[in-house]
Design a protein around this ligand. Structure first.
Ligand code: NAD
Length: 336
């Protein structure tokens, strides 16, 4: 098998990262880019590949035949639609977070993928951060014993510098809300570590975004039980003044306590576990820097590596379609 051939839909901040990481991987090749904008406005001069103005145009072109994988990095509200078109054309897909803005759409994508025997890779690159890899092992090896409580705090800044009038951010149909756009990575980590939740109670507020977004809330306090036992809560806000404060997870177990914090859960702040000494972790990649505001970890090269490894039968999918769907399902229940 030669190089895996990729096309990227949506050439904004993250689409360009996909394109860059595909170009840097020795076993993958970028063969096309798609964006609704005029090519001169997209900023993709460094990628010398054919450009199309829609996924339909791409799929109708001669290049379509050569493509193995389509990476979907368009605004959230288009993910499921673009995924279905790509799968219909018998391409594997890499789908940016969140997989869709409702559970039914995620189910349609999974159904279609099974039908055409193609792979779906959900993008949850925070799972690759050293503190995430470490805590996954601590929980799975049972060192903490029973999990009593988990608290997730996501306190970020997203103000007028982020919610621009001409952007998809803040639009109900395209963005979906802060749990989908800002905090789905952390909900994914929670689900990955502790499994599903039940008996969800949510309380929301809109402190300072009513003129900036179409959503009813910018902040919330949500509590629930884990199906596997234990209590959990999520406190989130995009109303933090000036800059992100933290994304942290505090875990209270039978045999110890852990707190992972930093701006994007990149630092182990507390590790106090019976008969256990914390190893030294490799450094975490910094968050994506968008100028005035900061996002989640810059780990997209791992996603491309995983796609190549899976398609060459060397590995399994890091975040599969069912996990992508569960994150959407949990967020949907939190909003209800
Ligand atoms: N994994 C992460 O950490 C991470 C970080 C940021 C964004 N994202 C996700 O990536 C996606 C894109 O976010 P972004 O920050 O790059 O946004 P962006 O606004 O920078 O880029 C989106 C691009 O998609 C284009 N577009 C819009 N409609 C399109 C369509 N129908 N077909 C093709 N292109 C279309 C826009 O013109 C724009 O260039 C979102 O789903 C977002 O949630 C993921």
């Amino acid at each position: 098998m030669g190089k895996i051939k990729f096309a990227v839909i949506g050439c904004g901040h993250i689409g360009k990262r996909h394109a860059e990481m595909i170009s840097r991987n020795a076993e993958s090749e970028l063969v096309a880019l798609v964006d609704v904008k005029e090519v001169s406005k997209v900023g993709i001069e460094s990628f010398n590949v054919p450009f199309f103005n829609s996924i339909e145009e791409l799929l109708a072109s001669e290049i379509a035949e050569t493509i193995d994988v389509i990476n979907i990095a368009s605004p959230n509200g288009f993910h499921a639609e673009h995924a279905l078109l790509a799968l219909e054309a018998k391409k594997h897909i890499v789908i940016e977070k969140p997989m869709s803005l409702n559970k039914q759409d995620a189910e349609k994508v999974i159904f279609k993928a099974l039908h055409v025997h193609k792979q779906v890779f959900a993008v949850m690159q925070n799972r690759y951060s050293p503190p995430s890899v470490w805590i996954k092992d601590v929980i799975e090896s049972g060192k903490l014993g029973k999990i009593f409580m988990m608290q997730l705090n996501c306190y970020w800044n997203r103000d007028e510098r982020y919610y621009k009038a001409d952007s998809w951010h803040g639009k109900k149909e395209l963005d979906g809300g802060t749990l989908y756009t800002q905090f789905s990575h952390f909900i994914d980590l929670m689900y990955w570590l502790f499994g599903d939740i039940q008996n969800v109670n949510s309380r929301f507020a809109n402190f300072n975004h009513s003129h900036l977004t179409e959503f009813k809330e910018d902040s919330g306090v949500i509590n629930f039980e884990f199906v596997n036992g234990g209590l959990g809560c999520l406190n989130f806000s995009t109303s933090i003044w000036d800059k992100n404060l933290e994304s942290s997870m505090t875990i209270i177990g039978e045999n110890g306590s852990v707190k992972i914090g930093g701006q994007y859960m990149d630092k182990v702040e507390v590790c106090h576990i019976k008969d256990y000494e914390m190893p030294e972790l490799p450094p975490t990649n910094p968050g994506n820097d968008y100028g005035a505001y900061k996002g989640s970890a810059a780990n997209h090269h791992y996603i491309i590596e995983n796609v190549v490894d899976v398609l060459k039968n060397r590995s399994t999918i890091t975040t599969n379609a069912l996990e992508g769907l569960k994150v959407v399902d949990i967020i949907e229940r939190m909003y209800k």
